[in-house]
Write a protein that binds this ligand. Structure first.
Ligand code: BDR
Ligand code: CA
Length: 310
């Protein structure tokens, strides 16, 4: 069990993210993974405004000793309207552990141009893991059509397919934040893996489990500070679900979940169906995570983050 270190070539990842407590854990997992090269982090608004997401990405990379990883800032606004930060879940700053201010800045290139250049200079070699709203990817398709299919893979955390939502009764945060972008990306017909709330709810830990964990090594300790800090900030919190970490896990090890092959859309009509993800046909180009092998996921956390007591 666990990921192989003997890949023929390194798995190159770009993480498109709005950190975010669970984004932070996901980024740290990717940085810790053997045989994996995090070639860049692209940011956008979502859990926090774009400027804060960019600051958080830079601060995390610095705390992880990886300020060599370029950070490119992306969308400050969704395709329509504005982002509504998820303060109740992630706190106003987005992270549940205080980190020193980063000394590095984002690169001059936009997220969209960075993605285009990185993917086209390594055709078939770069996997994009989208951990926030899909605005950057939708804009990438507009500005550089034909680039997305040159990615080796696309793994998206988003949606609540046949499952209760976490913003409205049927809508999940990332898709609800920019359903126009989500509908655009999902309609492209490119293969992608979608990790929705129904999948993520299969991998959670209780307050008591989190309190009993310890970690080897700086990356695992930092990730654990995020999770334990999240519980500490609100005594009513009873369960932490590994949303974005499950998307990274599937990028590293597809055997973490079975999939259903479907076509999907996102509701873009203002009103009660805004941001809902619906299956339109089956089979289709999207591999929707279905049955998660929770022991395999937790073994991966132990392997990458050195978490003990899980
Ligand atoms: C998703 O929304 C965000 O709050 C999390 O970071 C995750 O990407 C879960 O719905
Ligand atoms: Ca996120």
């Amino acid at each position: 069990m666990g990921i192989s270190v003997n890949r023929d070539a390194p798995l190159r990842l770009v993480l498109d993210t709005d950190p975010g407590v669970d984004d932070a854990v996901a980024i740290l997992m990717a940085l810790a993974a053997p045989g994996v090269e995090v070639v860049g982090v692209t940011t956008l608004g979502g859990n926090v405004p774009r400027a804060r997401a960019t600051r958080n990405a830079l601060a995390l990379l610095q705390a992880a000793g990886r300020s060599d990883v370029p950070v490119a800032a992306g969308a400050a606004r969704p395709r329509t309207g504005r982002f509504r930060p998820s303060v109740a879940f992630h706190g106003p700053g987005g992270l549940s552990a205080r980190l020193p201010e980063p000394s590095a800045a984002a690169i001059g290139q936009t997220a969209v141009d960075f993605l285009a250049e990185t993917v086209t200079s390594n055709p078939g070699r770069v996997t994009i893991v989208a951990l926030g709203p899909l605005t950057n990817l939708s804009r990438l398709e507009d500005r550089h059509p034909g680039v997305l299919p040159q990615a080796a893979g696309l793994v998206i955390m988003g949606g609540a397919v046949d499952a209760p939502g976490n913003v409205t009764a049927r809508a999940e945060f990332n898709i609800h934040s920019d359903p126009v972008a989500a509908a655009h990306v999902l309609a492209l017909g490119h293969p992608a893996t979608l990790v929705d709330l129904a999948a993520c709810r299969q991998v959670g830990i209780s307050r008591q489990q989190a309190a009993g964990l310890s970690a080897d090594g700086p990356l695992g300790q930092l990730a654990l500070r995020m999770v334990q800090g999240w519980f500490a900030r609100d005594a009513r919190r009873e369960r932490f679900e590994f949303y974005d970490p499950l998307a990274v896990a599937l990028a590293l090890d597809p055997a973490v979940a079975t999939v259903r092959r479907v076509a999907l859309t996102a509701g873009t009509t203002p009103g009660e169906h805004w941001g809902e993800t619906t299956v339109t046909s089956e089979p289709g180009p999207i591999a929707l995570a279905h049955q998660v092998d929770a022991p395999r996921f937790f073994a991966l956390l132990r392997q990458l983050l050195g978490w003990q007591g899980l």
